[in-house]
Design a protein around this ligand. Structure first.
Ligand code: RB5
Length: 143
C-alpha cells in the first residue's frame, strides 16, 4: 500500500520509528513531516496527510502527535477520512474490522515504540469486516 505519514513535534520521534517500520513491511511511504522537534501546529500536518487520503492519491495515512487527540480531531474534518485514535492492539484491530479506519492516530507521549509497532503491524494487516459495519459507516456524511 501507499501510506502517507505525518507528525507534529510531539510525535516526531515516533514518526521516524514508524516510517522505517512501515517501509520494512514493504509499503511505499510518503513522509510529509515534520522533520525535527521544532514546534509546529498539528492541524497543518493533519491537512497534508488527510488531503492525500481524501483525494485518493494514497491508500491510508498515519498521524502522530503528543497524545493523538489533536490529530484525530483535525483529521476527521476531512471528507472520506475515518481517523481512529488507537492506544493498543485491540483498538487498532477494531478500527479496521468495524470502522474501516483509513487514518491511524497515535500519541507519542501515550504509547511506547513496542505498543506502536504492534498497532501499526495490526492496523496495516487487518481487513474491514464489511456487512453490517458497511452500512454503519455509510451513515457518516460523505463516506
Ligand atoms: C503539542 O505540545 C501537543 O499539544 C500536540 O502534540 C498534541 O498532543 C495535541 O493534541
Amino acid at each position: 500500500m501507499k501510506i502517507v505519514i505525518g507528525a507534529d513535534h510531539g510525535g516526531f520521534h515516533l514518526k521516524e520509528f514508524v516510517r522505517t517500520l512501515v517501509q520494512d513491511l514493504g509499503h511505499e511511504v510518503e513522509d510529509v513531516g515534520c522533520y525535527s522537534t521544532d514546534s509546529v501546529n498539528y492541524p497543518d500536518l493533519a491537512s497534508l496527510v488527510c488531503e492525500k487520503v481524501s483525494g485518493g492519491s494514497v491508500d491510508r495515512g498515519i498521524l502522530i502527535c503528543g497524545t493523538g487527540l489533536g490529530m484525530s480531531m483535525a483529521a476527521n474534518r476531512y471528507a472520506l477520512v475515518r481517523a481512529a485514535l488507537c492506544h493498543d492492539h485491540y483498538t487498532a484491530r477494531m478500527s479496521r474490522e468495524h470502522n474501516n479506519a483509513n487514518v491511524l492516530c497515535m500519541g507519542e507521549r501515550v504509547v511506547g515504540s513496542g505498543v506502536a509497532e504492534d498497532m501499526v503491524r495490526t492496523w496495516l494487516a487487518v481487513e474491514f469486516s464489511g456487512g453490517r459495519h458497511q452500512s454503519r459507516i455509510a451513515q457518516f456524511s460523505q463516506c
